[in-house]
Design a protein around this ligand. Structure first.
Ligand code: SAH
Ligand code: SF4
Ligand code: F3S
Length: 448
């Protein structure tokens, strides 16, 4: 397909979660294999790919805005190929809407057929016709696609795809399909190969990692996977996300305690502190269950950091319901939280629920919650002052005067002075100035 002398180039815009970032690494791998090179220059790229997200309205608006900006570029360079894919395009009727609104888009693909993207690009090159291919349903998991990873130290490793939970506000199950677990051997093979390539940290990805294995023939649970991965030489750290509070098991808590490479950090989305709202959200747990779970985690793994996601302004959320959220946030003291205003997603039950909250109230609640959480995050980070922590060095941050950037086992970002050779190593860093979003430290020990 490469009929020019100069290699073709591509540029990908990725929105949304880690799963999408990983999908973009697969896209990069496939294009690279065809000799198409990555560029960061939008004006000269031959192929521009959007890997989209639709979890909130805002994510979609950003994509629309960006595709709109490309109209001029396409007029200047008619050979430019614009491909739009991912979660947003997987929604019913959306591919048609995009094709009508932006007729200069060449390719529309969904979440279930990204492996076909090279073929679609070739088809467009040959025919110059728009190619739209969205699969209604998920197919079998496709293993062994080429991957060009964005980082040299840390790697994403999907362990499940899709979601069966149908939280009433959430579009993910509709655009990512039913939950499918990857076979244990496939995950082990990938992680062993990552270790041999020099990767030091893996993050296992799934919408609900605790339900790993439920659909497999062998009897396996998430903790079994952690034990199997923990013994792989060369992988210093194993992380995972996301844990659904209804499924987080004692066996997982035990595995975190027992497996030296499994990091002490759990991302445990609360979503709301009101039992009434949790029920309307179809989350299948109560605030009391959530609090007991957090207490149990902290009792068994005292150093464990716990982070969360919270939505404000869900339909029917009264002032009292919101106070329940503030109250549990004060009681639990999360290490940090991602906070969102409820966003109506077409086709989800919550979009049609009575008692929709006006935008000013949502903004006000979000502001109050963020202010509270910021104080808590700052206060919790102060406990780390003068502590010496294991930090895995990830790279150099050019915007921070060339300081090194690394993370604690609890997933907190640390900046400190050091040298390039430390990248990929675990070193001792003394925390000298804990801030809200980052910790400032100093190197104080030998590499381990
Ligand atoms: N599977 C993960 C994450 C899913 S999306 C989980 O269950 O936790 C990430 C976060 O986006 C969710 O935790 C939720 O807080 C938020 N979110 C999802 N749908 C939303 C919506 N319609 N409006 C606002 N926030 C939403
Ligand atoms: Fe969405 Fe709920 Fe599934 Fe998370 S668990 S992806 S919030 S439906
Ligand atoms: Fe992720 Fe957004 Fe899709 S959060 S799964 S990219 S809708």
């Amino acid at each position: 397909m490469n009929n020019k002398k100069k290699p073709l180039t591509y540029l990908t815009f990725t929105y949304g979660c880690q799963m999408n970032e990983h999908d973009s690494e697969v896209i990069a791998g496939m294009l690279n294999k065809l000799g198409i090179k990555e560029t960061d220059d939008v004006d000269s790229a031959d192929i521009i790919i959007f890997n989209t997200c639709c979890v909130r309205q805002h994510a979609e608006e950003r994509v629309f805005g960006r595709i709109g900006q490309l109209k001029k570029l396409k007029a200047k360079n008619p050979n430019l190929i614009i491909a739009v894919g991912g979660c947003m395009v997987q929604q019913k009727g959306m591919a048609r809407e995009i094709a009508e609104r932006f007729p200069y888009v060449d390719i529309l693909f969904g979440t279930h057929n990204i492996h076909n993207l090279p073929q679609m690009i070739e088809d467009v090159m040959n025919s110059r016709e728009t190619v739209i291919d969205i699969w209604d349903r998920e197919g079998k998991i496709i293993e062994n696609l080429p991957i060009k990873r964005a980082d040299n130290v840390k790697a994403w490793v999907p362990i499940t795809y899709g979601c069966n939970n149908f939280c009433s506000y959430c579009i993910v199950p509709y655009v990512r399909g039913r939950e499918r677990s990857r076979a244990l051997e496939d995950i082990l093979r990938e992680v062993k190969s990552l270790a041999s390539e020099g990767y030091r940290e893996i993050t296992l990805l799934g919408q609900n990692v605790n339900s790993y294995g439920k659909d497999l023939k062998e009897k396996l649970e998430f903790a079994d996977l952690l034990y199997a991965l923990d013994s792989i030489e060369g992988i210093y750290r194993i992380r995972f996300m996301t844990s659904h509070p209804k499924d987080l098991s004692d066996s997982l808590i035990e595995a975190i305690q027992k497996c030296p490479s499994v990091c002490e950090h759990i991302h445990l989305p609360l979503q709301s502190g009101s039992n009434k709202i949790l029920k309307l959200m179809n989350r299948n747990y109560t605030r009391e269950h959530f609090e007991r779970l957090v207490n149990k985690i902290r009792e068994h793994i005292p150093s464990c950091s716990i982070t969360t996601d919270i939505i404000v302004g869900f339909p029917g959320e009264t002032h009292e319901d919101f106070l329940d959220t503030l109250d549990i946030v004060k009681r639990i003291e999360f290490d940090s939280a991602f906070t969102f205003m409820f966003s109506k997603r077409k086709g989800t039950p919550a979009a049609d629920m009575p008692g929709q909250i006006d935008s000013d109230t949502k903004k006000d609640r979000l502001h109050q919650l963020m202010t509270l959480q910021k104080e808590i995050t700052y206060k919790k980070n102060q406990e780390l002052k003068n502590k010496i922590l294991d930090v895995l060095v990830e790279g150099i941050n050019e915007t921070k005067n060339g300081k090194l950037i690394g993370r604690t086992r609890t997933n907190k970002i640390v900046y400190f002075e050091g040298n390039r050779d430390m990248i990929g190593q675990i070193i001792n860093v003394r925390i000298i100035e804990p801030r809200t979003w980052t910790l400032i430290g100093e190197f104080c020990g030998d590499e381990k």
